[in-house]
Design a protein around this ligand. Structure first.
Ligand code: FES
Length: 286
């Protein structure tokens, strides 16, 4: 009698990788000595493979024809994954920077901020900061320094990290409040183009004086009144570098992005909702 043999299923790169993952998950459920021995075996086999693979890559790289062949081989995802697993080839810079971003993101988010990788040029990485990481407060500066340090530490090829200004955007407000208040109490202000980055402008409605400030292309609207004694702020000095607005009357200093007062923590600029429509700034004084 003839035995029936089931047709062998052809293995794919994914199915093989899945088998490795499954075996490893099983090993990780084992306790104690057996698990240590199993992992030792895994590391020993990997080290053995890495040693031989490194020799192959070195030989191929040393010969122009071999180098060309090596580049062809690395285009194959399974070869690339194997070499990457052994640390013989590194992912491209963008992928590695994004991995660092992913690692620091939970910390940034737990502090109300976020970071976005934009691009890399030469040895410089460009990022954008959001939320609490944007602005000039000490905590924002600390978060930005943290991102820069993490990138440079993990990716030595990157020597500088530049923070790009955000696109012009108003303070975030709830959509519902936008729609409910539209056409009732929004007032049209100056054109966006009239207030370039680092500048401020006053405009007055019938009963409210408003100060628009542009820091790094981020627009904010405040009541044009210092919380100290209610004097107008539009004659104050705006330091675009430090994002600091200084009241011209008694020198109170404010974070021009958040309205936070550096001189007296209990004081705060009164912020108004702001939106941009057809190139114009609209503000809703409370
Ligand atoms: S009125 Fe601004 S500091 Fe006094």
């Amino acid at each position: 009698m003839q035995a029936t043999v089931a047709p062998a299923t052809e293995e794919t790169f994914e199915s093989l990788a899945q088998k490795v993952d499954e075996a490893l998950s099983v090993v990780n459920t084992i306790d104690g000595h057996v698990k240590t021995k199993a992992l030792d075996l895994k590391h020993a086999i990997e080290a053995f493979h890495k040693f031989a693979l490194t020799k192959i890559v070195q030989k191929l790289k040393a010969d122009p024809r071999g180098k060309e062949l090596l580049f062809d081989l690395v285009d194959d995802p399974s070869v690339y994954a194997m070499l990457q697993l052994h640390g013989i080839v590194k992912p491209d810079l963008s992928t590695r920077i994004n991995r660092v971003m992913d690692a620091v993101r939970p910390y940034m988010q737990s502090h109300g901020g976020d970071v976005e990788f934009v691009r890399v040029e030469g040895a410089t990485a460009f990022v954008r900061m959001h939320g609490a990481c944007n602005g000039c407060s000490q905590s924002a500066v600390t978060l930005r320094d943290g991102v820069e340090e993490a990138i440079k530490h993990n990716i030595p090829e990157i020597q500088a990290v530049e923070v790009l200004p955000n696109e012009p955007s108003p303070n975030l407000i709830q959509i519902e409040s936008l729609t409910s208040a539209k056409n009732t109490s929004w007032v049209k202000g100056p054109a966006v183009a009239e207030i370039p980055a680092g500048k401020k402008m006053r405009f007055d409605t019938e009963d409210t004086s408003i100060l628009i400030i542009n820091v790094d292309n981020r627009l904010n609207a405040y009541r044009n009144a210092c919380p100290h004694q209610g004097m107008p702020l539009d004659g104050g000095m705006l330091d675009a570098e430090s994002c600091e607005l200084t009241c011209p009357w008694h020198g109170f200093k404010f974070d021009a992005v958040t309205g936070e007062c550096f001189s007296a923590p209990q004081a705060q600029l009164e912020s108004f909702p702001l939106r941009i429509e057809d190139g114009h700034i609209w503000v809703r004084p409370n």
